[in-house]
Write a protein that binds this ligand. Sequence first.
Ligand code: KIV
Ligand code: ZN
Length: 388
Amino acid sequence: MNNNQIQIFDTTLRDGEQVPGCKLNKSQKLNIAQALDNLGVDVIEAGFPISSPGDFEAVAAIAKVVNNATVCGLTRANKKDIEVAAKALEKAKKPRIHTGIGTSDSHIKHKFNASREEIIERAVEAVAYAKSFVDDVEFYAEDAGRTDNNFLAQVCTEVIKAGATVLNIPDTTGYCLPEEYGAKIKYLTQHVVDIDKAILSCHCHNDLGLATANAIAGVRNGARQIECTINGIGERAGNTALEEVVMIMKQHPYLNLNTNINTKMLNNISRLVSENMGMPVQPNKAIVGSNAFAHSSGIHQDGVIKNRETYEIIDPADVGVATSSIILTARSGRAALAYRAKNIGFCLTKLQLDVVYQEFLYLADQLKEVKDDDLSHLLENSKINHLV
Ligand code: KIV
Ligand code: ZN
């Protein structure tokens, strides 16, 4: 693998779908899996096969139809989970079992009432058992964000010996700061024995709004896979948003980190996931929110009309949005009014613009937004003629 290539592991259908109200039926999952495959993700985490018969069937159906991406199923560190996942993945062209266990002191004590040695034993057993079904085994150290680095390195060393090909270092509770998470990844690159036999993966939650920053810190410090979801959906405050990390790497070429994602498909897939899950995207969401390329203050609008780059760091076409938009509000200036009037066929002289602008402000103070129809009435009432 090219050393600057970042694998995109999409978990919309697993971590994303476990959000209350986001449950999908089998045919919706199949549609989304196919869209993810077309988007260019490297791994699709299709579900948690033992969790329900419906999830098992969906993972099996996705495994059958996906052509390019690796299809992955989640398990806990026990034989039954692993057997069921292996069965669900039987028809996959590239199957991966994702197994693991909590490694923080809090998980070890409260969830497992075990010792660190016992956790290593269970981790190794699970990886070795998964390896008897598939070559590609990913191990997750749940709550790695709050796990002591020295112990985490020991766990990673042992699961590599057992055959793990990917080491997932989840910040399960979204607690880490970017420099802390980046330092954890760097520590593992330096202290895990035979680390070159596996790649490190970032799986960051967004409880403090840092999931994207942490994932980027991870890859800047040596991780080579990011686990993420479309629109950043996921448990509690969500996961790293796929569209955000992909565009950060694209817009900062000096990072020299590449992905296989066709970014022009990002806007469509965001809508597909949002509509199927009944989970609206917040308007100010980076990259895919409805306001991501909308300009509404007079100063910004004047700049964008003169040259898009004054206030846009991404060409909207690069993420599948036709154009940026100039929104008319009481904060808009003359340049925006003239621009929008021209778009609907009215060419204003400077004098006309001065007069109409005062009427426009009066109207805009009454409305949240002045739409084309409102503007058209205003201009017609002011006896401004359409362009021929
Ligand atoms: O957040 C987490 O730790 C997870 C693991 C199950 C991978 O989702
Ligand atoms: Zn998670």
